[in-house]
Design a protein around this ligand. Structure first.
Ligand code: NAD
Ligand code: GLY
Length: 362
């Protein structure tokens, strides 16, 4: 078992990574302040893991709320079901919420915890690779709006993140690949050595080698924890974690939430960001190709849907949270392992990238 720490002063918290951790109640019980505990999960994950989590919580006044499964349910209407359950059970401000699931459940539970009675505690038990390497760490919580992805939310840090790598055994290959997209992202934005390791070990990851998966999760969490500790509220370098996301969120919104997986959209977005970076002469053409090849080997898409026009991309990208003073800012690459956030990209080159990808798709 590995333990890391997200260093945020009095709001610091541990990330435990290991196999079979859902049978180690002592790792979460220390982080539950009072008797009331609400587990939030969904109809796919609950039958697999809820009983084990309830066993970990024996002795507490525990309840659960089971949401429908899917990105299309990550909205304010469905969020209300968590508040309904908390109020019906008379949960007070000392209660703890527990997110058992992937990024959708984690983001929604975290947002419910951020806003219920102006803020209660929560714990993350992430069960997808994507949630284990990214969304469970760092305290970004929220829901989607019809007009934009993750547009309603709050920063609210969990008390503890418990990653049981065994839960990946029930995750399908498409979801595993979606998580690998976020793993590759860390190599691209700040960890050249990790990118090189991924090039050598990608087949072990897609083949579910436990040692390789454990290493990738740990290295991703180290990277994420360092970035969050340095810039919790995204006034600077945390925005780099959004490599590929401006293009990717546009794809998710355009195609209808849940059609493209988040990681698939990010993969395509990273390929597009690499293309645009190469057009600026920052990234070499050869490195842009290396990135594309790695994503393809991970089983990820690198071309946006044919239906998306240049205008649709531009309209949807204008709703991005990185837009400042109506100016679009993009995360681009200077090299593999070094990224920047900039509004000083050339609009004609962005146009060329969108044109190029539109032709590729059709
Ligand atoms: P998800 O939560 O929809 O989970 C993917 C699918 O896998 C779902 O059908 C789920 O029920 C199923 N599942 C989960 N665990 C399983 C298991 N162990 N076995 C079998 N099936 C399982 O998707 P995701 O990829 O985990 O998360 C994507 C979401 O995370 C998006 O909404 C994205 O915006 C968000 N996100 C948030 C952050 C953040 O910092 N807060 C970062 C990245 C992504
Ligand atoms: N996933 C982006 C962030 O946590 O900032």
């Amino acid at each position: 078992m590995k333990a890391l720490q997200v260093e945020l002063g009095e709001r610091s918290y541990p990330i435990h990574i290991g196999s079979g951790l859902l049978d180690k109640p002592e790792l979460i019980r220390n982080h539950i302040a009072a008797s009331q505990v609400m587990v939030v999960s969904n109809e796919t994950i609950a039958p697999l893991y809820l009983d084990r989590v309830c066993d970990m919580l024996s002795g507490y006044e525990q309840h659960s709320v089971i949401l429908p499964d899917g990105e299309q349910y990550k909205n304010l209407d469905v969020l209300n079901r968590i508040f309904d359950a908390l109020l019906e059970k008379r949960f007070n401000r000392q209660c703890t919420l527990i997110a058992l699931g992937g990024g959708v459940i984690g983001d929604m539970t975290g947002f419910a915890a951020a806003s219920y009675q102006r803020g209660v505690s929560f714990i993350q038990l992430p069960t997808t690779l994507l949630a284990q390497v990214d969304s469970s760490v760092g305290g970004k919580t929220g829901v989607n709006h019809r007009l934009g992805k993750n547009m309603i939310g709050a920063f609210h840090q969990p008390r503890c993140v418990l990653i049981d790598t065994e839960t990946l055994n029930t995750l399908d290959d498409r979801q595993l690949a979606a998580g690998i997209a976020e793993v590759i992202k860390y190599g691209l934005i700040r960890d050249t050595g990790f990118f090189n390791w991924l090039e050598e070990n990608i087949d072990r990851l897609t083949g579910r080698d436990p040692e390789a998966l454990g290493h990738a999760i740990e290295r991703s969490c180290i990277n994420k924890a360092e970035v969050v500790a340095a810039d919790e509220l995204e006034s600077g370098q945390r925005a780099l974690l959004n490599l590929g996301h401006t293009f990717g969120h546009a794809i998710e919104t355009a195609t209808g939430y849940g059609t493209w997986l988040h990681g698939e959209a990010v993969s395509t977005g990273m390929a597009m960001a690499a293309d645009l970076s190469a057009r600026h002469g920052w990234l070499s053409g050869e490195d842009a190709l290396r990135i594309r090849r790695l994503l393809v080997r991970a089983g990820l898409p690198v071309t946006p849907p044919e239906s998306m026009s240049k205008t649709e991309f531009m309209d949807l990208m204008a709703v991005d949270k990185k837009v400042l003073d109506r100016k679009l800012r993009l995360v681009l690459l200077k090299s593999i392992g070094e990224a920047l956030v900039t509004a000083d990209f050339r609009p004609d080159l962005l146009n060329e990238t969108l044109e190029h990808y539109h032709q590729k798709a059709s």
